[in-house]
Design a binder for this molecule. Structure first.
Ligand code: FAD
Length: 416
């Protein structure tokens, strides 16, 4: 067994990918997590490997479009009045990150990660013997009026999509989509070199199995505090037990804020909550090989997973503990019914927090306060997409080998 140890706090997709890469790099690695995966973003997401999204969300364009994108105006963005104390300071930082120079720098940084995201997933899925669970078959974006289709297609012309590319859909593709979607789409584009996770639970189980077979271990529990002493961190549990490790990685999604606050300067993380409805469906109800479909007019995406059809949407800026808003599920169900999506035996409802920083770049780096402390969180809408490359980067940082991507833009010190 290796003499070097690593402790990964958080067993979501970022923690799992990081732990696998650390174990593979020779660290005797433990993942600590409370153990209910269904609450985490890594459970309920759309599984879309969104390599086309190289532009960070904060931009002048986003700010100008906000009024018509608000939930009250029928859009996906919710700013609940009860959570104003949470989203207002976050929003001010988001506005600051939208100025053109910061937007350009952010896009450059995000592109450096996104262009490596799918190759990293192919490597990781191959490592764990599950290459078929990552499918690089692109995705569709559809519109339901001639005006929105023309505007949507026009907006994509000439845009730098990095690793991905886009073209107008063929007549046959549009006919297929119309046949599946109650004749609604009037225009569509097809992206290439994007993709999806075919079965999220199966992929996570595969990573976990291979991690354990390689000597990795799991511990059930919550870290309540990081104790820093003489430039070294220890993870403290609720019963007062403190664990030491050569490398401690905070990969706790939205929980990273509570652990790192006051240690590495401000950590302006918000729970950008999303909602989904999910229907277990039979083989014949929706083609297995139909890639994810994003609906430009409805701001939702539909993904065919191995065993279910899922619609996700909404960005609700709030606290994790705030009450959910059932109107959002009702709206998703209305969309699904209007589009004629199969219901299976019934739809389940889910809500969960995207861990988001105001410049929409993840935090990947090494603590200034403790030499053995690292972090990987804040992957916003792109955590599934970026998990494998993040795991590679964390293993490189922990092994003190040069990372494949310059990590300065992702350092927490950008927030002060
Ligand atoms: C509706 C929705 C749709 C999405 N769609 C996509 C998509 O299509 N493509 C994409 O790329 N991304 C998507 N995302 C984003 C993606 O799901 C997240 O970015 C990603 O799952 C974050 O992973 P994570 O491991 O950082 O966090 P999480 O999945 O939240 O995992 C964090 C883990 O840390 C644990 N933890 C927290 N605090 C502690 C502590 N103190 N001690 C021990 N453990 C702790 C938690 O219990 C949890 O298990 C979507 C998100 C949502 C909500």
């Amino acid at each position: 067994m290796s003499s070097k140890t690593a402790l990964v706090i958080g067993g979501g997709i970022i923690g799992a990918a990081s732990a696998w890469h650390l174990q593979r790099a020779g660290f005797s690695t433990t993942i600590v997590d409370p153990g209910d995966p269904t609450k985490a973003a890594s459970f309920g997401n759309a599984g879309h490997l969104a390599t086309e999204q190289i532009e960070p969300l904060p931009s002048i364009k986003t700010l100008l479009s906000l009024p018509r994108r608000l939930f009250v105006a029928g859009g996906p963005v919710a700013l609940p009045p009860r959570d104003i104390g949470t989203w207002l300071p976050f929003g001010l930082r988001l506005i600051a990150a939208s100025i053109p120079a910061r937007f350009e720098a952010g896009a450059h940084a995000l592109k450096s990660l996104i262009t490596r995201a799918l190759p990293a997933w192919h490597r990781l899925a191959g490592d764990v013997g599950a290459p078929d669970l990552i499918r690089e078959h692109g995705h569709f974006c559809v519109w339901e009026t001639p005006a929105t289709a023309a505007a949507g297609q026009q907006a994509l012309r000439g845009v730098d999509l990095g690793y991905a590319s886009v073209r107008d859909s063929t007549t046959e593709e549009l006919a297929l989509l119309r046949a599946r979607l109650s004749g609604r789409p009037v225009g569509a584009v097809r992206f290439s070199n994007t993709g999806q996770v075919v079965d999220i639970p199966a992929l996570r189980a595969r990573i976990a199995d291979v991690f354990r077979a390689a000597g990795g271990t799991n511990r059930t529990g919550s870290v309540v505090q990081l104790a820093i002493d003489s430039g070294r961190a220890r993870a403290v549990f609720v019963d007062g037990v403190a664990l030491d490790a050569d490398r401690i990685i905070v990969a706790s999604g939205i929980g990273s804020h509570g652990l790192l606050r006051g240690i590495d300067g401000p950590v302006p993380l918000i729970a950008e909550r999303g909602y989904h409805i999910d229907a277990a469906i039979d083989v014949g109800e929706w083609p297995h090989d139909l890639p994810p479909v994003a609906f430009g007019d409805r701001s939702v995406i539909v993904t065919r997973f191995a065993k279910s059809l899922r619609m996700t949407g909404f960005t609700e800026f709030s606290q994790v503990s705030s009450p959910y808003d059932p109107r959002k599920w009702t709206r998703l169900e209305r969309h699904a019914d209007e589009l004629g999506l199969p219901k299976g035996p019934g739809r389940t409802r889910w809500i969960g927090p995207r861990p988001t920083l105001p410049d929409y770049l993840p935090a990947i780096g090494r603590s200034r306060a403790a030499g053995n402390l690292f972090y990987a969180f804040g992957h916003q809408h792109l955590g599934m997409t970026l998990a494998a490359i993040t795991g590679e980067l964390i293993a490189a940082l922990a092994s003190e080998t040069p990372p494949s991507v310059p990590l300065a833009p992702f350092d927490l010190k950008r927030f002060g």
